[in-house]
Design a binder for this molecule. Sequence first.
Ligand SMILES: Nc1ncnc2c1ncn2[C@@H]1O[C@H](COP(=O)(O)OP(=O)(O)OP(=O)(O)O)[C@@H](O)[C@H]1O
Ligand SMILES: [Mg+2]
Length: 307
Amino acid sequence: MTIISLQHVTKDYGHGRGIFDISFNVEKATVYGFLGPNGAGKTTAIRHIMGFSKPQQGIVTVNGLNSWTNASTIQEKLGYLPGEVALPEHLTGEQFIRMMMDLRKVNDDTHCKKLIDFFELDASGRIKRMSLGMKRKLAIVTAFMHDPNVLVLDEPTSGLDPIMQQRFINFVREEKKRGKTILLSSHIFTEVDATCDEISIIKDGHVISSFNKLELLKMTEKVFHVKVKNALDYKQLGQLIESNTDFHLVNKNESAFELQIGCYPNNLSRLIKLLAAIPILSFNEVPFSLEKHFMEFYDRRVGGELP
Ligand SMILES: Nc1ncnc2c1ncn2[C@@H]1O[C@H](COP(=O)(O)OP(=O)(O)OP(=O)(O)O)[C@@H](O)[C@H]1O
Ligand SMILES: [Mg+2]
């Protein structure tokens, strides 16, 4: 069931800035990651989902409601964490929480207290004197305090220390298990990888790639470099690999008796069993950096293919 839907959404700010013909759906109880460099259009897309901005073309719906014409309902119901948090500096954290609870008509503060403990938020002092991380925690607690079913989080972990980032990742996973639908934007691939089911990469206002976790797992195929003793063993191993659909031959060097074998993690034991039957001189994994791969992807021009 589709909860958030963007269909051909365009907002052209001129000079190539904005978002152009963006389409994607976020399904119920999934986490959708929006990954892209600075200025890519993540916040712009999110602002359209929240109904803060009217698309020039296309339509954005949340639970079937048009985000622009139903902006107040959307903003009341959704949990929203803005990228740049603007909080009333003169209030204390506690006063702000109380104010937001009143606004959101939250009577029971049990859930809110749990969030405060979980994120180790010290809400006692004035917001003005809070560290950046503490302000972000306050905004996170505010986004989740009414236990919303749909959450839109713009770079939720920015400003959090590594321990808190990890805690947030665990939290998002738990919320998903509770049936929550979450869209989050990020620059950090590992964070998106750890939480999201579906991922879109946005660059220069265009979605240049969308894929789900299964496709991502395919990309994380491991590659092993194997060296054997002689031409006979080389030939035998090559034939064994090529005739087995669990593996594939990535590369070979006949004169050096070397093969590179691609294997998904769930077939690893089978590969090891197969190799055990042949005298092996050396065996090592070819390091593959997904992050590096994505960095390259970031750099590609609009219109790049799926990695
Ligand atoms: N109100 C506006 N008027 C004019 N240009 C805008 C406006 N809002 C955003 N832009 C431009 O649109 C582009 C996308 O901005 P956006 O804030 O959506 O990027 P982002 O992906 O969220 O980047 P970041 O990672 O830095 O937060 C940028 O070039 C930005 O300068
Ligand atoms: Mg942004």
